[in-house]
Ligand binder design. Structure first.
Ligand code: GLA
Length: 389
């Protein structure tokens, strides 16, 4: 993380003020971007994320009790909970930490009480997974402090995902936590979410940049709509499986199989499944294009994904569609909404020589239409969860 030094210093200072002079260990975990492969993780499909240079930094020190005392520096809020407490704290930020403690206990770690302060620089609600960064940071820290690092990395990611399911109520896939734990500087990760096989792809597109434009829209119903989409996919998959027991996940189904059950599913569910099945081909095409350095194809697929997410999966919003349209008009190579949707960022693959004009146009037009400028983040692919000090 670029701001690591400043953030670490701030966390150290706040920790000291709250919990005294004895220093703890300092850990960090990043947010993520995703090049392509959206809403495919919980359908057993491929995703193509990378960790970013923005994330969470936490200082953690065992306190010899059974209680966790936590301080969220950016919110200036405290929380305290007992590790045996069945309910857990109310504040959602504290529930992430609580959930991760419980999940690490389930994975055999004898978690003890600790004091902790944390801070982050992943913009909240931007679709860059600040929550996964928080989960991965504490899963990593707990494994290091109380588990002799015996819990495997993939289980750290799963502990974060289970936290979302059981303690937050979002039935997310594994992509965000996986990227946050497995991220590697300069590489994107192609993960098959069914087999959990993954490959690192070096990502240094000469002559191009990846840039995020934050629509600054936060959709309040995003998590329930997310769970609805997941349910739609499951409904269709169950029906397809009746005819084709060999199909292990919706992502592996074909459009022909989908047509066979068309009359048995709602229009909404049909379009969701269609998007998921088509997205698989796009990710594979992007993988091949990346190995050849063919960024025109990468970009074309990104635009197609946006159309699918907007028109079939229906997780976009007018602001994101508008940012996508501006990118197209400016001749940007690839652009699409990124992450769960209903707000957050578009991810744009733009030629170096178009960058300035694109950003200026996007700011101007978005301001005209929505009375605010999109926020701009240049993507730097960074490392996954780790101990800093
Ligand atoms: C959110 C979820 C992920 C994934 C994306 C959409 O970020 O947490 O698991 O489903 O949405 O691709």
């Amino acid at each position: 993380m670029q701001q690591n030094k400043q953030m670490v210093e701030a966390v150290r200072n706040q920790f000291k003020t709250k919990f005294g002079d004895v220093e703890g260990n300092v850990y960090a975990a990043p947010g993520r971007i995703n090049l392509i492969g959206e809403h495919t993780d919980y359908n057993g499909g491929y995703v193509f994320p990378g960790a970013v240079d923005k994330g969470m930094v936490a200082e953690v020190k065992p306190n010899g009790t059974n209680k966790v005392r936590a301080f969220a520096i950016d919110l200036y809020e405290d929380a305290e909970f007992d590790l045996n407490d069945q309910e857990g704290p109310k504040a959602s930020w504290a529930r992430y930490i609580y959930g991760v403690c419980r999940e690490m206990q389930e994975r055999g770690v004898d978690v003890k009480g600790f004091d902790t302060a944390f801070s982050g620089d992943v913009p909240l609600g931007s679709g860059m997974s600040s929550s996964a960064a928080l989960e991965s940071c504490y899963a990593f820290a707990i494994n290091d402090l109380f588990g002799d690092n015996k819990v495997e990395k993939v289980e750290l990611a799963k502990a974060g995902q289970a936290t979302e399911h059981k303690y937050i109520g979002v039935n997310c896939g594994i992509m965000d936590q996986f990227a946050s734990v497995f991220g590697r500087k300069g590489y994107l990760i192609r993960l098959n979410c069914h087999t959990m096989e993954y490959d690192y792809f070096p990502f240094d597109p000469q002559g191009y940049r990846l840039v995020l434009l934050n629509s600054c829209v936060k959709h309040e119903l995003a998590s329930s709509a997310y769970n609805d989409r997941r349910r739609s996919c499951e409904t269709v998959f169950e029906l397809i499986k009746k005819n084709h027991s060999e199909v292990e996940a919706l992502s592996y189904a074909t459009l022909d199989m989908l047509e066979e059950v068309r009359n048995q599913v709602s229009d909404e569910d049909y379009h969701c499944a269609k998007y998921v099945i088509e997205e698989r081909e796009r990710v594979l095409a992007v993988s091949e294009a990346l190995t050849k350095g063919d960024y025109a194809v990468v970009g074309e697929k990104m635009y197609q994904t946006h159309v699918g997410l907007s028109q079939d999966y229906k997780v976009s919003c007018p602001e994101l569609d508008y940012l996508n349209e501006i990118a197209r008009e400016c001749g940007v190579t690839g652009s699409r909404m990124m992450g769960g949707g209903f707000g957050g960022c578009t991810i744009n693959l733009v030629k170096d020589n178009l960058y300035d004009a694109f950003i200026a146009t996007a700011k101007e037009k978005y301001q005209e239409a929505y009375g605010k400028e999109p926020l701009v983040y240049d993507v730097v692919i960074g490392d996954g969860a780790r101990k800093l000090l």
